[in-house]
Design a protein around this ligand. Structure first.
Ligand SMILES: *Cc1c(COP(=O)(O)O)cnc(C)c1O
Length: 837
């Protein structure tokens, strides 16, 4: 901010230049840009800042999406296809400028256009604040899915919340994480279009009562509710080089009236403003928990708010092309991204039964055929349960409907499993106990025709464990959809030089059909290709070094081996294991065992939930270890450890292409899928990982011999949990582990700070729920093998790196989405014709 950059060549004749937004060449983009700078932003070459130039270019690019956007929506309206709706409380979109330019296929044209004006496209891209409307993998998955749905020409809409504050900005102060609210809309958002014509009333609180319909039928309705409006903001989602531009519709909350006139007339000006402020709180901030349930009322409000608005919008659209709800399920598929939108099952029942006066059984049949539910976790602390009391207060009619759904469901169970009362208790949507709770996963399963896990192992464990009773009742509902990532963002944009090199060798098809990367396999043994391949890796390291210097004043040495673990900080993801290994390496150096030591930089990045004490302690430990290691002259040229602050999508796009080694080291059975693992392999990093989540399927595709798999398998982990384990035993029997833990517990890394790591040490020695101590030796030994291969056999390393990329095709989100479309949604592509010239 405050940086100013002159826009050269801004001619006073600009206003006379003719252009159409369809000009995709550099000259057309340049003219359009100048037009936007002048007429949208009222700036000139003297006054335009970098942010202005970013906004000007974004508006110019947006124009180039608008015609196709309109054309797409027209096509959908006239063809009336079955549509899919992706409901998600999170969309971790990241930056959109580079993505939109790239999907339009005008990256080099845009670069040229900016260069003609003395601007750098990369520098402008760096002005865009990430749309951080998500926490981690779940939200990023939703973003990759939008890209794939548009690329596959599927009639799809994403629905979510337009948080005023997305995920917080992470600053590191004295080694501790500090959360700073990120005002991502501060410079305006050139990608969104406000749609004041799409507003819906969302009704909270009040009470349910009965009234008599004109024909004497008793019906339920709500009285004395407190209402809030949901206002639509649309973001265009372009497919890759096609005519499809889908919509991500995000809801923002708004007070019903600017002022409550009654209060206003009574002179309660502040009181009526307070109501307004309170109602606008709903879309204010994203809850920053990853894989952890927060039972706060505001969170439930957010869930109902965006869900109700989306369903009202879907029904409105349905009636534009259909005259009854009877074919609703034939025209609409709704995917629930985790249980966060699961209240939709109840809200659609309420709309059908109370508002549209359908009979219960008819309505329920439609609801079950419409919804499908994706489970994202087995972790007990992440499973959503809402207190019945809270829900009754906030959504009284919905609570009634849940009881009705449950009693009908339990009747079904008791028919199927006669006399099995324990099963009834286990399967009830209502959990009995001191505080009655609504089990949202059960509600989602009962209300859907499809339940899927996100990797083969995860789905198997779901069926065998978490929801076994439901699997026994409805085996046909359960299916697996292994996660994927979009190759457009995660290779074509994030690593353009490598992307172009690959295209030179095997053509460009892979961008829409990632299995084509198989064609790289024959090159894996070609020494010239290996050499070039590793040169691209080196180039990516230099690009990362430049960025980390600019962003965080970190000095990377691109000639070193880059070992990277970036993901949310979580005990189950075991960043601690990585730190313990780093300390082990440091001890090796201090012992003078530096012969053959692979000079390496270890990077760890990720945000901790603000209320997650252990995760924040781990960040502090990483930073303290980093300071000691990096300041010790003995480590010069050998070892560096950095905590990379504020991990986010835009940072990932630089970190991942630069990595030699990808850390995927969660406790087996804990990571549902992981998607970071796929991004790294796609960019030629080798993986060190456990047999967890999608790592298992990656090993099947790539070949276990081309990965570094270590540690306890899921079965071993379960056994340890059943038999109980004694981490202290590992401490006593592994001298390497003992030395590392002793160094921490003797405050070597916290000399002026005392016992600050006592909780971490005690946890490791006496609790260690995530089996860090049990896997320590296996991890150290496997890391040793990694370094040996890199040092002693660089050709083989390069070969494996190429094979990893060549064999990762399965993990394109295009494959994932094709499976959802065919096997769950029954939605087919609807190509959009060229916009008339
Ligand atoms: C891909 C991605 C994730 C998910 O990473 P995992 O290693 O699968 O947990 C989280 N955050 C960002 C910014 C990502 O791009």
């Amino acid at each position: 901010m405050g940086k100013k950059r002159a826009v050269k060549n801004l001619s006073p004749k600009t206003e006379n230049w003719e252009f159409t937004s369809k000009d995709m060449d550099a000259e057309g983009i340049k003219n359009s840009f100048l037009n936007k700078i002048k007429y949208n932003l009222a700036k000139d070459s003297e006054t335009a800042t970098l942010v202005d130039s970013f906004n000007g270019l974004s508006f110019a690019i947006r124009d180039r999406l608008v015609e196709r956007w309109i054309q797409t929506q027209k096509t959908y309206a006239s063809e009336n296809p079955k549509r899919c709706y992706y409901l998600s409380l999170e969309f971790l979109m990241g930056r959109l400028l580079g993505n939109n330019i790239s999907n339009l296929g005008i990256t080099y044209e845009s670069k040229d256009a900016m260069e003609k004006l003395g601007l750098s496209l990369e520098e402008l891209e760096d002005e865009e604040i990430d749309a951080g409307l998500g926490n981690g993998g779940l939200g990023r998955l939703a973003a990759c899915f939008l890209d794939s749905m548009a690329t596959l020409e599927l009639p799809a809409i994403g629905y979510g919340i337009r948080y005023e504050y997305g995920i917080f900005m992470q600053k590191i102060i004295n080694g501790y994480q500090q959360e700073i609210p990120e005002q991502w809309l501060i410079n305006g958002n050139p990608w969104e279009i406000e749609r004041p014509e799409y507003q819906y009333r969302i009704r909270f609180y009040g009470h349910a009562g009965t009234y008599k319909d004109y024909d004497g039928t008793e019906r339920r309705t709500l009285y004395d509710t407190k209402d809030i409006m949901a206002l639509a903001y649309d973001v265009p989602i372009p497919g890759y080089k096609n005519n499809t531009v889908n919509t991500l519709r995000l809801w923002s909350s708004k007070a019903i009236d600017e002022f409550d006139l009654a209060d206003f007339n009574q002179g309660d000006y502040i009181g009526s403003c307070e109501d307004k402020i309170n109602s606008e709180n709903i879309s204010k901030v994203l809850y920053p928990n990853d894989n952890n349930h927060s039972g706060k009322e505001l969170r439930l409000k957010q869930q109902f708010f965006f869900t109700s608005a989306s369903l009202q919008d879907i029904i409105r659209r349905h009636f534009k092309a259909n005259d009854s709800l009877d074919n609703f399920a034939e025209k609409n598929a709704i995917q629930l991204n985790d249980t966060h939108p699961a209240i939709a099952v109840v809200e659609l029942m309420r709309l059908f039964v109370d508002e549209y006066k359908l009979k219960w059984d008819h309505a329920w049949g439609i609801v079950q055929k419409t919804f499908a539910y994706t489970n994202h976790t087995l972790l007990p602390e992440a499973l959503e349960k809402w207190s019945v009391a809270l829900m009754h207060n906030l959504l009284p009619r919905h609570m009634e409907i849940i009881y009705e759904i449950n009693s009908r469901f339990l009747r079904q169970v008791s028919f199927r499993f006669i006399g099995d009362d324990d099963r009834l208790r286990r399967m009830s949507i209502i959990e009995e106990g001191p505080e009655k709770m609504v089990r949202m996963a059960y509600l989602a399963i009962v209300g859907s025709h499809s339940v899927n896990g996100v990797a083969a192992l995860h789905t198997k464990l779901l069926k065998e464990g978490l929801v076994r009773d439901f699997y026994e009742m409805w085996p046909e509902k359960f299916n697996n959809k292994t996660n994927g990532i979009t190759p457009r963002r995660w290779l074509h944009q994030a690593n353009r030089p490598l992307s172009d090199f690959i295209s030179e060798k095997i053509g460009t098809e892979w961008r829409k059909d990632l299995s084509q990367l198989k064609k790289l396999e024959p090159f894996a043994d070609d020494p010239a290709f290996q050499k070039q391949w590793m040169e691209y890796k080196f180039g990516a390291k230099k690009r990362l070094a430049a960025k980390l210097k600019k962003w965080d004043n970190i000095d990377l040495d691109p000639s070193m081996f880059f070992d990277v673990e970036i993901k949310r900080i979580h005990e189950y993801k075991r960043q601690l294991l990585k730190v313990l290994h780093t300390i082990h390496l440091y001890l090796k150096i201090k012992d003078g065992h530096t012969e053959g030591f692979v000079p390496q930089t270890i990077m760890i990045g990720g945000k901790a939930a603000p209320g997650y004490y252990m995760a924040k302690q781990i960040i502090k430990l990483i930073n303290n270890v980093s300071r000691i290691i990096n300041e010790d002259p003995d480590t010069d040229g050998l070892l560096r450890l950095y905590f990379v602050p504020n991990y986010r999508v835009s940072a990932a796009q630089y970190l991942i292409p630069a990595a030699d080694l990808s850390q995927q080291i969660s406790t087996a059975g804990k990571e549902a899928s992981g998607t970071g693992n796929m991004k790294f392999a796609l960019n030629g990093a080798l993986t060190i990982g456990t047999m967890d989540g999608a790592n298992v399927e990656m090993a099947e595709e790539i070949g276990e011999e081309h990965m570094f798999i270590f540690g306890l398998r899921n079965e071993d982990v379960q056994k340890v949990y059943e038999e109980g384990h004694n981490p202290f035993h590992y401490y006593e029997t592994s001298p390497r582990l003992k030395r590392v833990i002793d160094l921490i517990s003797h405050n070597y890394f916290s000399q002026d700070e005392g016992d600050i790591f006592r909780d971490i040490v005690n946890n490791l020695l006496y609790e260690d729920n995530f089996l860090v101590t049990a896997d320590f030796d296996a991890y150290i030994d496997t890391q040793e093998k990694v370094h040996e291969l890199y040092r002693d056999n660089p050709d083989e390393w390069a070969r494996k790196s190429i094979l990893n990329a060549a064999r990762i095709g399965k993990f394109s989100s295009d494959r994932t989405i094709s499976q959802y479309a065919e096997e769950i949604w029954d939605v087919t592509p609807l190509p959009v014709k060229d916009v008339e010239a």
